[in-house]
Each structure stands twice: as C-alpha cells, then as structure tokens.
Design a protein around this ligand. Sequence first.
Ligand code: SF4
Ligand code: SF4
Length: 363
Amino acid sequence: MRLAEAAAREDMHRATISALKQLLAQNPDLADQYEQTKKIIRIFRRPAFYETSTRCNLRCEGCYYFDTEHPKTLSEEQDLGVWDAFFAAEAKRGVSMAYFLGAEPSLEKERLKVAARHIPHGNIGTNGSVFIPHEIPFKISISMWGSDDAMDRRMRGASVFHKALENYAEDPRAIVLYTVNAWNFEQCEAAVLLCRDAGIPITFNLFSPTKSLLHKLTDAAPNDNQFFRVSRPNANPCIGDEDLIRIRDTLSGLLDAYPETVVYSHNYNRWSTSPGPLHNIDEQSGIALNCHSRIVEPMRYYTTSLASVDAKCCSEEVDCRHCRMHSGGWSSKLNLTLKDLCSRSSFCDWMEMVTVLSRIFVY
Ligand code: SF4
Ligand code: SF4
C-alpha cells in the first residue's frame, strides 16, 4: 500500500510542477508572493512529532491521546541526557519543525527545554494550565473547549481556560486553539472576546471523534468517569452535517468582526466545513490517502520511549472518515495541488491559506 501511495504521489508531484510553471509564466506578478510562500513551506520541510509526556491533568471527552481501543504501553525515557542526545540527533537528521504532543507536554518542561536547544521551530499542544517558561521559544497552542465553566467541566472534566488565559496573557508565543463542537460553537464569540482581552490570538479546530468514541456511541455503551463521561448516542459533541453551515457562518462572522484577534481563513473555513469526508479515504483501511499529516518518511512520530513508531498520523485514534482536525487540514494545505492551480484566484487562495497557517503554527 505504502509503495503504491508513494508512486501515485510522485506522478502527482510531476503534474503539479508543470501546472505551477505554466501558471507563474502567465501571472509573473505573483512570483514574489509565491517566493514568500515557499519560505513558509520550507519551515515544514522535515517535520516530526514527539510525545513528550504520558500524563495529563484533564479528562477531555474523546481525548485524542487516551481514548483508545488499544491500550498504550506508556513507557518513558527518564534520563534527560538521553533526551538531549536524541534531539541533537534529530536536528542532525534535518528536523525543521517539531510538534510536541500529549499527553500534556507542559508537565515535562525539562524535555521541552532540551528540545529547544536543538530544533529550530516547534509547536507545543497544551491545555495551558501549566506555564511553559519563556526560555522555550516555540509556538504554544492552547486548547480551549468552551468559554464558560460549565462547558469546560462538561467537555474536559475541569475548568481550566481562566488559568490558561492568565498564564499566557500577552505572550507572543501563544495562540488559543478553540475546538468547535456541536455543543459549544455558540460560545465561540465569548471565547474570542476573552482572548482579545488577554491579548492572545485565537484560531479554530473542529472536533473530530476517535474510533473509540464512535464505537461507544454506536453500541450505546454506558458512560464512565474517564473520556466518555457525557456523550450519548442522540446527544454528543460530534459535528453533524446539519451543524456545518452554522459553524461555517459563525467562524466566518468572527473572522470579519475581530480580524486583530482571530487568525483564520475564509478559504480554509469553507473547505473544512464542507460535507465530509474531507480527505480521500481508502475503502479498505479507512485511512486518508491524501492527508498531509500522514507519517511518511522522512516524517516520523516518536513516543516518550523515544522509539519511532509506525503511526497513521499525529492523531492515530481519530477516524479519518470523520476527521476535521486542524492538524490534518492545515498540513494538507501545505501541499500544492492541481486544484489549487486551476486558476489565478485558486492559486492566490492557496497562498493566503499558507500565510495564515504560518501565523497559527510558527513562532
Ligand atoms: S488535554 Fe485533554 S485531549 Fe489533551 S491529553 Fe489531556 S485529556 Fe487528552
Ligand atoms: S489527521 Fe485526520 S485525516 Fe489525517 S490521517 Fe490523521 S485522522 Fe486521518
């Protein structure tokens, strides 16, 4: 499968280069903007994902890390010297962009510090409840799942967003990543206002269920006190087709109303709220074939034992058919496609998305 995928990618790459040359020849005034776009793309030329912690202080509904049908073996390298040598080797391998993932990376700050000694660009996904010191010069994506205490408790088991906003107020590294779901999109504007007042930009992610969450809903499984606390088959945070247009309109309105605070793109918003699936799904495996978040060499995914694993993507547990994750969505926009090259305007739209992407992911 992977060989066939690689061959298809190669053919597509050749066709894309040829279409790009033709479009730039016809529109020479776009050459400078395209050069800027290429510089952004170069930052992502060799990304890698690192699980930096096996612990978390929250219990988010359908957690991307813990809500799994295949219990993880949570082994961890404890020796900081080994982490240091590991990141030095990763830098030597040419890693240009590091994503630091869960469980909750801020609980292992020393590991982040050693990574910062070696890797030029980084992005830390955190719930924001524990401050990450300024000496770690990476983008900090603070997840937010509601803008009032009741919603935060319902979705995450505790209310943390006040603390997160306080921790990162006016911090130039920070951006809030508001995960929109069927229950909380009416709270998006309140979230934007909270972020504006804290001097933190905000962007959006669309809730994407894990396979485990979907199976529990199908089986009408009993709720527990972990990652399936509040969802029921007929009332859950999963985004249905009927929610998409309302979410699209909400986010579009916020982008227009609060351009100094909201970092988002009308083009991306339209795409990510199209009826799904968003990616080309392989019928047999159920895996997205054209998602740019797929772990394909030289991209690698490491667990906390510092072993490189054969993961599908950075969100192994999420079902590709239902995936609207910002990680898979935005990284796929790094990939110029023939569709982006079908006209001057579609090419400009693509360059606009890459520019917004850099504001979301790069410090
Ligand atoms: S913050 Fe929530 S989604 Fe992230 S690891 Fe913790 S429980 Fe899971
Ligand atoms: S990011 Fe989403 S669509 Fe892409 S491989 Fe992962 S789960 Fe599938």
